[in-house]
Design a protein around this ligand. Structure first.
Ligand code: SF4
Ligand code: SF4
Length: 86
């Protein structure tokens, strides 16, 4: 992902959140989580167990050419990319 200003990031998040598919994911279902778009925002404080990740089929992942999965548990796209580099 290209670096974006704070305002651009907020706009991007508002645009992408409605197409995030996390709510249909087995790791998400049954938790009290209500937020979405973990790939851009932050890890979840409510999702604790890996029961599968459906990011692979998500239109956001495809559109934005995201490389990682399990954003709710492992952190945003940038965080996971940084971790790999270090
Ligand atoms: S890639 Fe995963 S976290 Fe990101 S919007 Fe899609 S389903 Fe949600
Ligand atoms: S990031 Fe992946 S594992 Fe987490 S809720 Fe979304 S689809 Fe499920």
């Amino acid at each position: 992902m290209k670096p974006m200003s704070e305002q651009e990031t907020k706009k991007q998040i508002d645009k992408l959140r409605p197409i995030c598919t996390c709510a249909a994911c087995p790791s998400y279902k049954g938790t009290s989580e209500t937020t979405l778009l973990f790939c851009y925002t932050a890890k979840s404080s409510k999702i604790k167990n890996q029961k599968g990740c459906i990011c692979g089929g998500c239109p956001v992942k495809k559109q934005q050419e995201l490389k990682h999965i399990y954003y709710c548990l492992w952190g945003t796209e940038s965080e996971q990319t940084d971790k790999k580099k270090s």
